[in-house]
Write a protein that binds this ligand. Structure first.
Ligand code: NIG
Ligand code: FE
Length: 409
């Protein structure tokens, strides 16, 4: 690990020998100045003023915006391979949770780990995501479930961003599960989340957005709304784990609070879709969880597409339902399992993922004025990014204006 992004070579200069995924048949050019995109287009249209800049040769690579993983639970202690085995033997996710496994077992391991141990474990996972071309990532809390331990998770998330020079958006998910010490006292726990944990963590600058797991094995619609009100009072945007196992009406509620995104949404209703459309809420699709749980209830992709709701795709990396460390594999699964088109799936990990994090003005595109975040791929055409799985076709990654991978480009 480098101790800081500034140790990576600068990406400033003129990038040629590349093909932009938006127009892969012609040679493209990108001008980076002071870490920011200055110009992008066909090389034949490059203004003369840029021709003498420091050259970077892409060797014919295809270029996309840096990928964005907009829904992860990256920071936690331990792992839960035992539950994987239980589910293979026939137990459902809900049965495992009710038997004292599930989220609460990761809570135990997360509380036991100190900040250094959590950082080290999450760092090695982050390195794998970065190797796949990720340039921005959302990291949720939700395995601490007390002020002290949620703080520890969020601090690790912030430190990861600094150490790796990757944009990190932190999401407070204190309402992920009921901690064992509050068994039977859900209302009291939600009061604690709203009145103490969230205000304190927000005051420490640790919270960029607020999320809730709204589900019959987690929190009710009324409890979800209580958390949303607390977020709103602090001026923080909300998002929601909505309609994953059942239709709770969470998406419509979230849309009323102007949610950035509703995530999972396998059981999303027509009313939920309409509410999301009118609020401009992004639908975050999580094929890794769908796959791991061997779910068969598809999210309503055709209806989302028909309504024009932007669809993002993410790993949902977590130790229970999606131990996935490749966003490109999720692109493949979004196409094979959810029948997204290749352009939809690629927009899902770039432009729409940016919007799901409120980062649409700075991330998810290669556009003048945006920080330079882009990936050079060893592929001929964009469809290959969805087609291959289990390989890493990254040639180079420019992250926050630095050549973070492939520094000899
Ligand atoms: O996004 N749905 C709730 N939260 C996670 C699972 C967390 C866990 O099982 O540890 C998810 O799938
Ligand atoms: Fe999740």
């Amino acid at each position: 690990m480098k101790s800081g992004i500034n140790e990576f070579p600068s990406a400033d200069g003129l990038w040629t020998g590349i093909r932009l995924a938006t127009d892969a048949n012609v040679e493209g050019a990108i001008v980076v100045a002071q870490g920011t995109i200055r110009w992008v287009g066909a090389r034949s249209a490059l203004p003369a003023e840029f021709t003498g800049l420091k050259p970077h040769d892409g060797g014919g690579a295809l270029v996309t915006p840096g990928l964005i993983d907009c829904h992860t639970h990256l920071v936690y202690g331990g792992q839960r391979a035992n539950e994987f085995a239980m589910r293979l033997a026939g137990a459902t996710y809900e049965e495992v949770a009710k038997a004292g496994g599930g989220i609460v077992s990761s809570v135990r391991a997360t509380r036991e780990a100190d900040e250094a141990a959590l950082f080290a474990q999450a760092a090695s996972r982050l390195e794998q995501l970065l190797a796949d071309g990720v340039c921005a990532i959302e990291i949720k809390s939700g395995y601490g479930l007390s002020l002290e331990h949620e703080r520890k998770q969020l601090r690790v998330a912030r430190r990861l961003g600094e150490a790796y020079g990757v944009t990190v958006r932190t999401t407070f998910l204190g309402a992920h599960a009921l901690p064992p010490e509050y068994a039977g006292r859900s209302g009291e726990y939600i009061d604690l989340v709203c009145d103490e944990m969230l205000p304190a963590l927000a005051a420490e600058g640790l919270v960029d957005a607020v999320d809730v797991f709204c589900e019959r094995i987690a929190f009710s619609l009324a409890e979800t709304e209580q958390v949303f009100k607390a977020a709103q009072a602090l001026g923080l945007p909300v998002k929601l784990h909505a309609e994953q196992l059942s239709d709770m009406g969470g998406a419509a509620l979230a849309a009323r609070y102007g949610a950035l995104s509703c995530d999972h949404i396998e059981h999303l209703s027509a009313e939920g879709i309409e509410a999301m459309r009118s609020a401009g809420t992004v639908a975050v699709l999580l094929p890794g969880a769908y796959y791991t749980l061997r779910d068969t209830h598809l999210p309503p992709i055709d209806a989302l597409r028909a309504a024009g709701v932007p669809m993002a795709v993410s790993t949902d990396h977590n130790p229970g339902t999606s131990p996935a460390l490749s966003l490109l594999l999720m692109v493949n699964m979004a196409c094979t399992l959810f029948r997204l088109t290749v352009p939809e799936a690629l927009d899902g990990v770039t432009v729409h993922a940016a919007r799901a994090l409120g980062l649409q003005d700075t991330h998810g595109a290669i556009a003048p004025g945006m920080p330079a975040n882009f990936v050079l791929w060893n592929v001929r055409e964009a469809a290959e990014l969805a087609y291959w799985f289990g390989q890493q076709p990254v040639r180079a990654v420019v992250r926050q204006g630095r050549i973070a991978i492939g520094g000899n480009a």
